[in-house]
Design a binder for this molecule. Structure first.
Ligand code: C2E
Ligand code: MG
Ligand code: MG
Ligand code: MG
Length: 288
């Protein structure tokens, strides 16, 4: 019986591998057309001041409304896009869409409203044909300060020349840079002073059990102290409860993002949130 089961398992395994490969292939074919067919769209998740809950900015998160499969998560299709050479055009689409929204929200709030855009390592490679982002900002008459680029720390360990030069371009244009999922990667912090980084985003794996896991709490507190000493601001990701928020606030964390404040929402919904819960114009951080 064990043998038969083993055999069945084996054939099931190969079949599912086949299916997986096939599903991936058809996904990449469909993804190729998704932009033209208007199936991609952005959701926006507010980043708030922990002190008063006011919205500081928003992160753009990509969504794919697939005609048969419904909503597909970025964790499923971003890797497909990266492997099949589509991250360039898709990243361009995300940037342009996000910049257009930043323009609209800056006009309606009367201040610069920042949008954070995720950028994966392949988007920094020379062979990734990317349109001229800085040129597009100029076209929109949008200051560089309207944009934050979120990258992961792995990229900065042994940075390719294309990474270094792009980050310099961003700095010169006033575009800010955030290190996403901070603490999960290589934990080499030596790169932090080599580049012009503005924000560290504490990964949500440290936040989700911060109330019960003293090690994670210590790591989060240490990241906050270190970041502030280096002159960086800190955003905690994945805050889902009031307790998590309070612990982070007590630890001196500047900003937060997570379901406790708001899920990622469609553009119109963020517009309504901004109207009813305005950002703080002329906001200043407390002294110290
Ligand atoms: P990320 O940049 O770290 O984005 C945060 C993720 O955490 C989002 O997942 C968001 O929906 C989720 N999240 C936010 N608050 C909470 C919370 O309180 N609890 C929990 N459990 N999750 C929370 P999402 O939208 O599925 O995106 C996953 C990842 O896909 C992103 O991680 C980012 O790395 C990547 N991604 C998304 N959009 C883009 C894009 O336009 N370009 C690129 N290159 N990558 C993208
Ligand atoms: Mg991000
Ligand atoms: Mg993150
Ligand atoms: Mg993440």
């Amino acid at each position: 019986a064990a043998k038969a089961a083993g055999k069945n398992q084996f054939s099931y395994f190969t079949e599912s591998m086949d299916e997986k490969a096939h599903a991936k292939l058809s996904l990449s074919t469909e993804l190729r057309q998704a932009i033209a067919k208007g199936q991609l769209f952005l959701h926006f998740q507010p980043v708030v001041h922990l002190r008063d809950g006011h919205i500081l900015k928003a992160e753009a998160l990509l969504r794919w409304r697939h005609p048969r499969l419904g909503m597909i998560e970025p964790s499923r299709f971003i890797p497909v896009a990266e492997e099949s050479g589509m991250m360039g055009p898709i990243g361009d689409w995300v940037f342009r869409e996000a910049a257009t929204c930043a323009k609209r929200w800056s006009e309606c709030t009367g201040t610069i409203f920042q949008i954070a855009v995720n950028k994966s390592p392949v988007q920094f490679m020379p062979r990734c044909l990317e349109s001229d982002w800085l040129g597009y900002l100029q076209e929109l008459e949008l200051p560089g300060e309207s944009l934050v680029i979120e990258i992961t720390e792995g990229m900065l360990l042994n940075p390719a020349p294309s990474v270094t030069s792009k980050l310099l371009q961003y700095r010169d244009a006033g575009i800010q840079v955030a290190i996403d999922d901070f603490g999960t990667g290589y934990s080499s912090m030596s790169y932090l002073h080599q580049f012009h980084i503005d924000y560290l985003k504490i990964d949500r794996s440290f936040v989700h059990d911060i109330a019960t896991n003293p090690v994670h709490r210590t790591i989060a507190e240490t990241i906050i102290v270190m970041a502030h000493k280096l002159g960086l601001s800190v955003i905690a990701e994945g805050i889902e409860t009031r307790t998590q928020k309070e612990i982070l606030q007590q630890a001196g964390c500047d900003y937060g993002q997570g379901f406790y404040f708001s899920h990622p929402v469609p553009e119109e919904q963020l517009t309504r949130m901004l109207a009813s819960r305005p950002t703080t114009p002329g906001h200043r951080d407390p002294p110290g």
